[in-house]
Design a protein around this ligand. Structure first.
Ligand code: GDP
Length: 404
């Protein structure tokens, strides 16, 4: 009799749970959204239901449901991780913490973050290396080309200040631009160290011939890459290059943008999401274009509307373009070419490589162009590039002066 009661009660619970969805896999995060209208930061608990990719938002202050469980374009298991910015019905919500232990345990190893850096000798191979980084299982969640000052380099490598190689190392690191990366992946700190290989390039060639240092490093100082060696170093190093608080002016490695004889290119979020970032940059570099500045952005609606203002009411895709550019991370580039001595030349030369704005037309007329190869629709057309010669440096300034 007792067993029958237990069995009945268990079945009742199973039916109840399956109806209410309590036994569904559900992840929980804390998110923040800056409410422009009220000028306050609002905090929510975001629940993500894996079975049908739906989300629900509950306001932390009062426990009220802010958004009923619904599917939200662009919010998938791939886009949800600590530190990411989600676009939820035109609101940019930043994931600031895990909401429960189950979510923390499920995510913290697979979405670990580390600091990776391309040292000066690797920067000319940027596109190829980014492609390798994706192929080796990492996601690039932040990126920035910058010029370290001697002070920046001394601060970054301060643990080695007593070593004989320190002055050489500081001089090298501040001699030319580096590319700072926030990388995410399973056990990212250890895996990135494994992928870059031993410090000494000769040893790397012997013991780990497929490692990045074996492939791109030149010698012991110019060994191509840096990787954080512990969670504490990763946190410290990421904070130097991607500060969460406003740092003092002197401490930020500066942007490399020149604003001279250059044009602007923005690699759209759908390309970054599809993992083609490295391939497109390689196409630019293989055609002898130089990447003189680069920065990953998570643009909000106001920034995107401002940037695309000239297209408003002019082209029917304007709204779709705004939606695409704010849907996830995009990468802004300043582009130059050694043969182009004026802004007119570089803007039109680069437009030729990018191709017509409609990828369908591009596939017909210019099948080797970037949009023909990587574009899908007029809205998801792979890249934005400057249209008019006089806008080249203005657009570069928008990203590398105003937004920076
Ligand atoms: P890492 O963590 O593999 O980068 O190695 P370390 O933290 O020990 O050293 C930092 C950087 O200093 C290395 O990546 C090299 O660029 C440089 N370095 C380390 N050891 C030597 C050395 O013995 N000689 C020279 N010239 N450079 C070194």
């Amino acid at each position: 009799m007792y067993n029958a009661k237990v069995l009945f009660f268990t079945m009742y619970l199973i039916i109840l749970f399956s109806k209410t969805g309590i036994n569904e896999t559900r992840y929980s995060f804390l998110v923040e959204w800056y409410d422009d209208l009220a000028s306050i930061t609002r905090k929510f608990c975001l629940r993500y239901f894996i079975s049908n990719n739906t989300v629900e938002l509950v306001e932390l202050k009062n426990g009220k449901t802010f958004l009923k469980r619904i599917k939200c374009d662009g919010v998938t298991l791939k886009s949800i991780y600590l530190g990411s910015t989600l676009n939820i019905f035109s609101r940019q919500m930043k994931i600031t913490d895990y909401g429960d232990d189950f979510t923390r345990e499920s995510f913290s190893q697979v979405t670990q973050r580390t600091y990776g850096m391309l040292k000066p000798e690797s920067v000319p191979h940027l596109g190829k290396i980014l492609d390798e980084i994706y192929a080796r299982g990492f996601k690039v969640t932040n990126a920035k080309m910058c010029q370290m000052s001697e002070d920046n380099a001394k601060e970054f490598y301060k643990e080695h200040e007593e070593r004989t190689f320190f002055p050489t190392l500081v001089r090298h690191m501040s001699s030319a631009p580096v590319v700072a990366l926030e990388l995410m992946g399973k056990d990212a700190i250890k895996s990135w160290r494994r992928e870059i290989g031993p410090t000494d390039v000769e040893q790397a060639k012997d013991e780990a011939p497929n490692s990045l240092r074996a492939l791109y490093g030149l010698n012991k100082t110019q060994n191509g890459f840096h990787g954080s060696d512990s969670p504490e170093s990763a946190e410290r190093e990421l904070e130097i290059f991607f500060p969460s608080k406003v740092p003092s002016r002197r401490s930020i490695p500066r942007s490399t943008a020149t604003f001279e004889n250059s044009t602007c290119c923005v690699i759209l979020p759908h390309v970054v999401e599809e993992g083609h970032l490295g391939r497109i940059i390689s196409e630019f570099q293989n055609s002898s274009f130089e990447i003189s500045a680069m920065r990953m952005f998570y643009l909000n609606k106001t920034d995107v509307q401002e940037f695309y203002e000239v297209y408003e009411g002019v082209i029917p895709e304007h709204n779709g373009m705004v939606g695409q550019l704010m849907s996830g991370p995009s990468v802004a580039l300043e582009i130059k070419h050694p043969s182009c001595k004026s802004q007119e030349e570089i803007v039109s030369k680069f437009r030729l490589l990018v191709g017509p704005s409609d990828p369908e037309i591009a596939r017909e007329l210019r099948p080797q162009s970037i949009r023909a190869k990587y574009g899908a629709t007029k809205v998801k057309n792979a890249v934005h590039c400057t249209d008019l010669p006089e806008d080249g440096s203005l657009e570069v300034e928008y990203f590398f002066k105003i937004l920076e």
